[in-house]
Design a protein. Structure first.
Lengths: 482, 491
């Protein structure tokens, strides 16, 4: 069997979260009626001119800083010329020779290994409109609402060598652009879409010819498309056919990629600097101003979680998978106290996550707030309740009992009388009753059956409806049976 | 009132000697009489013009008139004007009624001027004779068998025939100055970035600049006061303090009002070998004008613009490159002309553009597409940009030695209709003296300086960046002692 190396590079179009378009004042809101959010500039009426939206530049600077790239002091907008009905000017304003962001790196986690993906560049450009081919009785409709929406095109080096790595990169990038607030990451609405350049080669050989899979708008499709493409390319070569450079589309229904256009059909885009726009000059002051307004980045936060909260690298990575999760976790710990950092991590990642998942909710829609969870875990930490009772209180919080805020758990504990029994004499009396009522078990234990001990603990806990401190019950029972 | 300057018309309106409605009607009547033959206007809409005139009269009555309030001004059909047909001289925009006003139109509107109509022009401003217009050639009022120059030929013919007191033009390679020279007018192309390009249909974005076409320098200053100014909608518009361009024009009583002015004479314009191609009659008139400037106190120095000889070549790479991209939006999809029959999308594009554009536009789109193509870009486009920088540098050097540069505007007087239209290179050489000014982004003017065989000759003034006020003053002093600009073509 032949050994094949896979080489993948990713280009991502991230729609920037500005209110207005990159070169006009029209709104970028999604879902409006066709052509209601296209002004004279977006329609490319004769005589109109573009004016750069500084908010879009700000997004590019944030991204450059987040990936440790060089933010170019001078970058240039260029025209990419081609004809298509949803491209109103007959050219797209993009950046070509001098992009706004150069270089940079992104760490990805695949299984237990961390890998660094190098980025080539990121550049600003405008989106095109949409061609609508249905409901027009054989004609096509054009919706220019999306025309002029700002995009950041983010290009990697060919650093990934499996579909899993490509997906890990896409997910890490997706998390990052949302983290720094430059893109809403909505893949269904097309706010974040990837193209994958895939080639295969035998080890030690030069790079193979690549084919580009366009417009992957879900991580699952990306995985399927790349896996299919790899197998297809290997089969072609093994059958003695050379790979031809091409652009392909993934069909989710068949699970296959199919050719959209070959290299021969490739456009000559005739890029040249757009004479309607001055070069984009970004001052060091602008960069510093942006840097000081940046949130703590995922990698730094992860390291801080390990150092400050004593979390494992795995837990810290999971809790910094999005800014929302990280903020929720830190807010809960702030109320529960640092001693609860680890249990808090488990609650957020396991109990809360499972419940949200079951109910089909996002963290932002969680009925239990970070403050409520923190208040609950504080009561576990100070032995007011056991972890088991905590689950009961959590259910009550979920149901909306106890009111808002960190004190909600206290209200529930009080109302339902869930406070742990820690009075030794009370527990002792209880144990005596249990021992008297379960003489057979006591005999079994004394005959050497260890299991009987656990049964007796269970009986004691049952008698207190779970409120006795389990540790105390254990110790006292051992003493009595000794 | 026909044939008066803007200044005189302003005084007449203010003094209630005439109303704007009457003045507008007078010019509309003249247009009705002369335009059928001269073809200077593509669109005249008396109702719209008179409505504006009535509003201007109300403003005058209310005492809130500005200097141009109530004066009819002809607008080149390259400026989008709300609810007006705006064709840019092309079939492809033959049905385009603009939904918005260009910045220049807005400014004239705010000043209370009356839009007298949209003037004919070379298609998309590509031409030096006004013969490439889809709406027919324009005739030169001085000799109706000759061209008025281009591309602002309609504006030039309208003012020269006194159908309009003044007009706007645009100048990408000489399109204000050359027709001004051929029609005995004063034309000014301002520094690139002084007048907003918003709503001015783009030919070559890095070169296009709007300016006035008038009968006197003083009128040009009044027009520029309205047209100039920063506009945030045009990223290449320059943010500078507002200027009063008439500020240097009041009489200073001196016999030698231009004492101390240093006039640079490029040896490339006047030298024996290089002047080949310039008609002797033109050169004689220009030399006489320079002699008059000496009498006014100016001193002349020889300067050199060594890279100027490459200007036309560089221009005919850069301008078509930008045009090929700027004209891509005319695709039949959203507005304008669409071929009536086609089989599919590509066929629609091809037929629409084949039928919608004329030969000269097609030629330049082809040239532009070629020079931007993969493998040719460096050799043509980048090389042309290098030449452009060298030319700009030549001017920087020159303005260390002089205040204003003078020479001919056009190497020839008005040529015959059809005489050069079969030879594009001959036509392109009409702009040999004007093109470098656009490449460098400098202000340039043409003013009447005499006649050769009965046809007007233009003197070109070139100034340093933002020296419009000085250029206007230099032109105005000459017009105070000469009468060439007051001569009017016989009807």
């Amino acid at each position: 069997m032949n050994i094949w190396e896979v080489v993948i590079g990713i280009e991502t179009h991230a729609q920037l979260a500005t209110h207005s378009k990159i070169f006009s004042g029209a709104s970028t809101a999604f879902g409006a009626d066709p052509n209601t959010q296209a002004c004279a500039v977006d329609l490319a009426l004769p005589g109109v001119l573009p004016v750069l939206n500084r908010g879009a530049v700000e997004c590019a600077i944030r991204f450059g800083l987040a990936i440790g790239a060089e933010v170019a002091q001078k970058s240039v907008f260029a025209r990419k010329n081609y004809f298509y009905p949803d491209l109103p000017k007959g050219y797209q304003i993009s950046q070509f020779e001098l992009p706004v962001v150069v270089g940079g790196q992104l760490a990805i986690q695949v299984g237990d290994t961390e890998k660094i993906v190098n980025l080539t560049r990121a550049h600003l450009e405008e989106d095109a409109g949409k061609s609508l081919h249905e409901d027009f009785h054989g004609k096509s409709g054009i919706d220019l609402n999306r025309a002029g929406t700002p995009l950041l095109e983010i290009v990697t080096e060919p650093d990934m060598c499996s579909a899993a790595e490509a997906v890990a990169y896409a997910k890490a990038l997706h998390a990052l652009v949302r983290w720094i607030g430059i893109c809403d990451g909505n893949m269904q609405e097309g706010s974040f879409r990837c193209d994958a350049n895939v080639s295969v080669r035998r080890p030690g050989q030069p790079l193979g010819t690549r084919r580009e899979i366009k417009n992957l708008n879900s991580f699952r499709f990306m995985q399927q498309a790349i896996d299919y493409e790899i197998q297809w390319q290997i089969a072609e070569i093994e059958d003695g056919r050379a790979i031809q450079q091409a652009t392909v589309l993934f069909d989710p229904d068949t699970g296959e990629t199919r050719m959209m256009r070959s290299k021969e059909d490739a456009h000559d885009y005739r890029y040249f600097p757009d004479p309607d726009l001055l070069p984009l000059i970004i001052s060091p002051e602008w960069i510093e101003r942006t840097r000081s307004a940046m949130p703590e980045l995922p990698a730094a936060k992860k390291q801080r979680f390990i150092a400050d909260y004593g979390l494992s690298a795995y837990d810290a990575a999971a809790l910094t998978s999005s800014l929302e999760v990280a903020d929720f976790y830190e807010a809960a710990v702030a109320i529960a106290g640092k001693q609860s950092a680890k249990p808090c991590a488990n609650w957020v990642m396991v109990d809360l996550a499972a419940r949200l998942n079951k109910e089909g909710l996002e963290l932002s829609g969680s009925p239990v707030s970070a403050a409520q969870l923190g208040g609950l875990l504080a009561r576990v930490a100070d032995n007011t309740i056991s972890n088991n009772i905590a689950k009961k209180v959590f259910d009550a919080l979920w149901a909306g009992d106890g009111g808002d805020g960190a004190g909600a758990a206290d209200v529930i504990i009080e109302k339902q009388g869930l406070k742990q029994i820690t009075d030794s004499s009370a527990i002792e009396a209880l144990i005596d009753e249990v021992l008297a009522a379960n003489a057979a078990m006591v005999a079994e234990f004394k005959a050497g059956k260890e299991k009987a001990f656990n049964a007796l603990v269970g009986q004691a806990m049952k008698a207190t409806k779970g409120k006795a401190n389990p540790q105390q019950v254990n110790e006292l029972l051992k003493k009595k049976l000794a | 009132m026909i044939g008066q300057t803007l200044k005189a018309l302003g005084a007449a309106l203010a003094g209630k000697e005439i109303s704007s409605v009457e003045l507008t009607q007078l010019h509309l009547d003249r247009i009705a009489r002369l335009n059928p033959e001269l073809n200077a206007f593509i669109t005249v809409d008396a109702e719209k013009s008179l409505k504006q005139a009535r509003a201007a009269d109300a403003r005058i009555a209310a005492g809130t008139a500005a200097p141009l309030t109530g004066i009819p001004i002809a607008q080149k059909d390259i400026f989008c004007a709300k609810d007006w047909l705006t064709t840019c001289g092309s079939r492809i925009l033959g049905n385009f009624v603009s939904p918005y006003d260009a910045a220049v139109i807005e400014k004239f509107g705010a000043a209370g001027a009356v839009n007298l109509g949209k003037t004919n022009m070379d298609e998309f401003a590509m031409g030096s004779s006004n013969e490439t217009s889809y709406f027919g050639q324009v005739k030169n009022p001085w000799d109706r068998a000759r061209v008025p120059g281009g591309s602002s030929g309609g504006s030039a013919a309208a003012v020269a025939s006194l159908m309009a007191p003044a007009a706007t033009g645009t100048d990408t390679g000489g399109s204000i100055r050359q027709p001004a020279a051929l029609c005995n007018l004063t034309g000014l192309k301002p520094t690139y970035g002084v007048v907003s390009r918003w709503g001015m249909i783009a030919f070559a974005s890095s070169l296009d600049q709007a300016g006035p076409m008038t009968r006197t320098a003083e009128d040009a200053a009044l027009m520029l006061n309205v047209m100039a100014g920063f506009d945030a909608r045009d990223s290449t518009s320059l943010e500078r303090p507002v200027e009063d361009y008439t500020r240097d024009l009041s009489a200073n009583g001196s016999e030698k009002p231009l004492q101390g002015l240093k006039v640079g004479l490029p040896k490339e314009f006047f030298g024996s070998g290089e002047q080949a191609g310039c008609e002797a009659g033109v050169m004689t008139a220009v030399q006489e004008a320079i002699a008059e400037y000496r009498r006014l106190g100016a001193e002349t120095v020889e300067i050199s613009l060594p890279n100027m000889q490459h200007g036309v070549a560089a221009y005919y790479v850069i301008a078509p490159a930008e045009a090929s991209s700027n004209l891509s939006r005319f695709d039949g999809v959203r507005y304008g002309y669409r071929a009536p029959e086609y089989s599919d999308l590509n066929d629609m594009y091809q037929k629409t553009r084949a039928q919608g554009f004329g030969d000269e536009v097609k030629r330049r789109v082809l040239i532009g597409t070629y020079v931007l193509s993969h493998g040719y870009y460096d050799a043509y486009y980048l090389q042309a940009q290098r030449i452009r920088r060298l030319i700009a540098q030549d001017f920087v050097e020159a303005f260390r030695q002089c205040d204003v540069i003078m020479g001919p505007t056009s190497p020839c007087t008005a040529f015959g209709l059809g005489e050069k239209s079969a030879d594009p290179v001959q036509m392109y050489l009409s702009d040999i003296y004007t093109i470098a000014v656009n490449l460098a982004g400098l202000p340039g003017m043409s003013l009447p300086c005499g006649f050769s065989n009965g046809l007007p000759v233009g003197l070109q003034l070139i100034g340093d960046y933002f020296s419009e006020a000085r250029l206007l003053n230099v032109a105005h002093r000459y017009q105070q002692t000469t009468g060439w600009h007051l001569q009017v073509a016989a009807e």
